[in-house]
Design a protein around this ligand. Structure first.
Ligand SMILES: [Zn+2]
Length: 338
């Protein structure tokens, strides 16, 4: 193959190249160590001086041509590639950015914050107590001794080991509170409680309670009534009415249940209040003399009242939620409404 043919072949191949890899392949084929033109240049050593001059000159010119062709074609391919990238990966910098989603506070958290706001404004202090309690604190010291029929009022989760339970109510807080502090006392607690219960629209094995305790001299049921009335007004609105009914709890005497006018229908009657216009939200009463004695207080000197309520229930009433399971479902469509 003479130099003219080699040059023609190189031109054809380079023109056809559609990628930088093919350009490199062509370079090796003609100018590489075993390339077609390289072999001719290598053969010069055996030639006469005259042939060396002639063929050497032609071969060098051909090499320069091929180098230039390779360079230009590579440049062309690179430009085309960049254009393609620019086309497919185009960024429109005038488009608005993606807005970050702002989180929502969980409705139970909203109620908790409202509770804290209300009771701190009443002069109460938040008191934290454990979720795993001894049976002594959860029951015995609250005047619910072993084998007392009232113990069946709480469907209890027992913790493996001796005498521990998942607290069935926040009431053990009263005992911790009275053991740790000297009266007068004005405290409240907020937290998770556990009951061995079937899950349905109104029940969950885990829910929240809020509880309050006041111990002082000359405390009467009238103080409890005033406190709860004011609480209900601040939680549900100023037109809410409350009423007390006699009830029974082992750790209070007398015991009452407090109803408020239904926040969903305003007292007219609806499915939430079963048509009565009233919903029960609070269990309360005067601290039982036995409970005071159990923590070393003299009932002749000190009196107190205590009240407890289901936070989930209050949350459902306040926001008109019909199924407690929604509060524990992590359903964003539900949560984003708050
Ligand atoms: Zn109602």
């Amino acid at each position: 193959m003479d130099i003219k043919d080699i040059l023609q072949l190189a031109k054809d191949q380079i023109n056809k190249a559609s990628s930088l890899e093919e350009i490199e392949k062509a370079r090796l084929e003609f100018l590489g160590r075993k390339g077609k033109l390289t072999e001719i240049l290598r053969g010069l050593a055996k030639m006469s001086l005259e042939q060396k001059k002639k063929i050497g000159g032609e071969a060098n010119l051909a090499r320069e041509d091929i180098e230039l062709l390779l360079k230009n074609k590579a440049k062309e391919l690179r430009a085309a590639g960049a254009e393609k990238i620019a086309e497919t990966e185009k960024v429109d910098i005038t488009l608005p950015g993606l807005a970050s989603k702002i989180g929502h506070r969980h409705p139970l958290q909203l109620i908790k914050e409202k509770y804290i706001e209300i009771f701190t404004s009443f002069g109460y202090t938040l008191f934290n107590t454990p979720e795993i309690e001894t049976e002594e604190f959860n029951f015995d010291l609250l005047n619910i001794p072993q084998n007392h029929p009232a113990r069946d009022m709480w469907d209890t989760f027992f913790v493996k080991g001796n005498g521990y339970v998942l607290r069935t109510h926040t009431s053990p807080f009263q005992i911790h509170c009275m053991k740790k502090n000297k009266p007068p006392l004005r405290f409240f607690a907020f937290g998770r409680v556990y009951r061995y219960e079937q899950i349905d629209a109104g029940h969950s094995p885990n829910f929240y309670q809020c509880e309050g305790l006041v111990v002082d001299k000359n405390i009467t049921l009238a103080d409890l009534k005033g406190t709860i009335q004011e609480f209900a007004k601040q939680m549900f609105g100023h037109d809410v009415k409350s009423r007390m009914r006699q009830s029974f709890f082992p750790f209070t005497e007398p015991s009452v249940e407090v109803d408020v006018t239904c926040a969903v229908c305003g007292g007219k009657g609806c499915p939430v209040c079963k048509g009565t216009g009233w919903v029960e939200i609070i269990g309360a009463g005067m601290v039982h003399p036995n409970v005071l004695r159990n923590v070393g207080l003299n009932p002749a000197e000190w009196q107190g009242f205590a009240f407890g309520m289901g936070v989930d229930r209050i949350c459902m009433l306040k926001y008109g939620i019909e199924d407690i399971r929604l509060l524990y479902s992590n359903n964003l469509k539900f949560l984003e409404q708050f």
